[in-house]
Design a protein around this ligand. Structure first.
Ligand code: NOJ
Length: 724
């Protein structure tokens, strides 16, 4: 294995992106933009203004050609620029729209590396420019509340602090290219089941402490220009046209200056959308036939009539137009600033995809050092449908037409070289309801028993068609999973292969936890590979062969059983069809497992390395409302590696119940073999506050705090205390 870490080249990529970024910024200050926008608004007719606040095709909003205001062109999605859709949602012919397919959000978050968030966003921004887009509909940052949510693969984490750290880099990366990011889905869209009708009820404390911080960071730290409202209701009112969420919190409290875009078809009434802060109504024209009339949208002709008859003030329309113009000036769609040309399918973009996969794939188990594979291995039996399945086009609106996609099988073939004989057998079939296939298992067992090592690649799999409950609809928009059990008879397959060859490594793909209890005790090697993007197969193979030392950590807890998940144990999930009550409150993920003393299968923040790290010399220095925590980490093994050191905080005496501990800082530290570094984490007041929903405000109670440093939320290495 390489003993040197390979990041200088990568650093170059990140640095060069930020050097270019200056050119993408608008030439105007916000005050100048406000002045210019008002001047433009004065020149516009009411009809022209209203034309701007609704779609003009599936992915564009209306422009005002007379005044040189272009249409705003949007595109999904979180991990690549989506394939081309024409004005009527049909595929466009003759456009090169197969681009870079980055690992999905959950894999990005597993890197715990905000700089990679920036690099990831830069690729998206650059490719969006190349493809003539103005807005990228991502990142998706809804909290992973239930392990069954069909879109967890797109989202980042169960933890609001980790979400906040990753989202800021992503947004800055996109926007440094002169493209607007669009953070979504605001708010409470934590399940796909009944997403278009369900009324989400949660306490103010859960909203403030768990579900909103990522969005707040996106606005206040990331400076995102657009935000997408979600499909669900929130406390009885549609989220996309929700007075409390949009007017009160987003725009008034947080000072959001940009535009609120509806999710597609999420507007339900003209009056609410107009008054409650929706700035742009987007949606499909599928119901409108070959010559769609977008004037029929809620924010269309009706608005013109209402204003003309004096029933609605024109100032409401102006505010929306002003916000859209703000986005346009910021992205140099207006104002004469130069748009960047962007690049498509470059080696650098692919390198970013690979780097995110290398740092995001998580090593979950490595007994008897089964991994990395030793150089004397002569044969590998690769087993499992996912080993040779391309996933890019699955998942719903986040689908990507990948320029290429290296599957795990191809990756292993690429790295193994000619001396290693690789056989492949599917082991199971992807079809809903398909149980174990005795013949396929027999073939797999035969292959495994003849090989030095078996590598099974299974797990969830992306559904391709999210409009129907299709046979392979797991990890897809529109549908949640029905349970956490491994589908397609994989448990039987894995058990049989493990019995035939104990030198078996199980690789799980997918957007979150599965019930592995039937076999995990017997498996020596387990890897979580998520959906690792176009270079995922190469990244995985490099980890398996030890060319890359794994450093990913779980951004979400893996419960042993579905029943252990707090959304199910304490809360309601998926609700009664009308309402879903988040009785689990602030006890999401590890906040629940730790406080309620429930053993997870794999803990939040957990992930193994091929080397070992020693933590020492913890010092906590507290100020009035701040703390500086320093400690040392030494790489005590034989190879270079990276460790994500996590800092959790706990207050000793509580006025209101609080979770056992909460993540408030982390650092990914890269260390050569034998190297030691000092880590310094600075915490401000926010790290110690909680939302007191009796008084309806954030509070900090002075007192003694524990500073808990761990390699995961359950592998605690150092603990100190401090008084604030
Ligand atoms: C609906 C999805 O919820 C959203 O994430 C996506 O951006 C839009 N459709 C557009 O495809």
């Amino acid at each position: 294995m390489n003993t040197k870490l390979k990041f200088p080249l990568f650093c170059y990529i990140i640095c060069s992106v930020s050097i270019f970024s200056a050119k993408a910024q608008s030439a105007y200050t916000d005050a100048q933009i406000a002045f210019k926008s008002d001047s433009l608004i004065k020149l516009m007719t009411l009809e022209e203004k209203v034309n701007m606040i609704h779609a003009s095709s599936s992915f564009t909003s209306g422009g005002v050609p007379r005044l040189g205001i272009p249409e705003m062109v949007t595109s999904d999605g979180p991990h690549g620029v989506r394939l081309e859709h024409g004005r009527g949602w049909n595929a466009q012919k003759g456009v090169l729209d197969s681009g870079t397919y980055l690992p999905t959000g959950i894999c990005l978050a597993s890197t715990w590396n905000p700089a990679l968030g920036f690099a990831f966003g830069s690729v998206l921004g650059s490719e969006a420019n190349f493809r003539g887009k103005d807005v990228i509909l991502g990142p998706g940052i809804n909290i992973m509340r239930s392990p069954l949510n069909g879109r967890n693969f797109e989202y980042l984490s169960e933890d609001p602090y980790l979400v906040s750290k990753m989202v800021v880099g992503y947004i800055k990366g996109v926007q440094a290219q002169g493209i607007s990011a669009c953070v979504k889905h605001f708010a409470g869209n934590n399940q796909e089941t009944n997403r278009g009708s369900i009324d989400v009820q949660m306490s103010e404390r859960a909203l403030r402490e768990i579900y909103l911080p990522g969005f707040k960071a996106a606005i206040q730290e990331g400076g995102v220009y657009t935000l997408m409202g979600s499909y669900n209701k929130f406390r009885g009112q549609w989220a996309t046209q929700n007075n409390y969420l949009i007017n009160q919190i987003l725009k008034k409290e947080w000072g959001f200056k940009g535009a609120v875009i509806s999710d597609w078809g999420a507007v339900h009434s003209t009056a609410q959308a107009m008054w409650n802060g929706t700035d742009l109504e987007m949606g499909t024209d599928l119901d409108m036939g070959p010559h769609p009339n977008y004037g029929k949208f809620f924010l269309g002709d009706t608005v013109v009539t209402l204003v003309k008859t004096g029933k609605m003030p024109v100032s409401l329309v102006d505010d929306k137009v002003r916000r859209l113009l703000y986005v346009m000036y910021k992205t140099n769609m207006l104002g004469g600033g130069k748009r960047m040309k962007g690049e498509y399918n470059t080696a650098a973009h692919q390198a970013t995809a690979q780097k995110v996969a290398e740092e995001g794939i998580v090593l979950l188990k490595n007994e008897d050092k089964i991994l990395p594979l030793k150089s004397d291995i002569k044969s590998i039996a690769v087993i499992g449908y996912n080993a040779d399945r391309k996933q890019a086009m699955g998942g719903g609106s986040s689908q990507i037409k990948a320029f290429f996609e290296v599957t795990p099988l191809q990756g292993l073939q690429n790295i193994a070289g000619k001396k290693v004989k690789i056989t492949y057998t599917k082991g199971y079939n992807i079809a809903r309801g398909a149980g174990a296939d005795a013949d396929m298992i027999k073939q797999a067992v035969q292959a495994a028993s003849k090989a030095d090592v078996a590598v099974i690649v299974g797990g969830w799999t992306h559904g391709y068609d999210y409009n129907v409950w299709s046979d392979n609809a797991y990890d897809t928009e529109g549908f949640d999973k029905t349970d956490m059990q491994m589908p397609f008879g994989q448990n039987e397959l894995i058990k049989a292969v493990l019995a035939a060859n104990p030198r078996t490594v199980v690789v799980l793909m997918g957007g979150g936890p599965m019930d592995v209890t039937q076999w995990v005790g017997d498996a020596k090697g387990v890897i979580q590979a998520w959906y690792p993007g176009m270079e995922g197969g190469n990244a995985l193979a490099k980890i398996i062969f030890g060319q890359v030392n794994p450093s990913g950590k779980l951004p979400v807890s893996f419960p042993k059983k579905l029943e252990d998940a707090p959304a199910i144990k304490l809360g309601q999930y998926p609700g009664d069809g009308v309402t879903v009550n988040y009785f689990d409150d602030i006890y999401v993920g590890y906040r629940y497992f730790d406080t309620y003393k429930v053993e997870p299968q794999f803990a939040f923040g957990y992930g193994l390395s091929y080397t070992t790290f020693k933590y020492s010399d913890l010092h906590v220095q507290t100020g009035d409302k701040t703390a500086t925590v320093t400690f040392k980490i030494k790489n005590t093994g034989a190879v270079a590696g990276a460790e994500v050191a996590q800092l959790y905080v706990k207050q000793e005496k509580l006025n209101l119940p609080r979770p056992e501990k909460e993540l408030k800082g982390f650092d990914k530290v890269y260390l050569q073999a034998g190297e030691e570094k000092t880590v310094t984490l600075t915490l401000n007041e926010d790290a110690f506050k909680y939302f007191n929903d009796v008084k309806n405000q954030w509070e900090m109670d002075p007192g003694v705090f524990d500073f808990i440093v761990g390699s995961s939320s359950r592998d605690i290495r150092l603990t100190g205390t401090g008084t604030l």
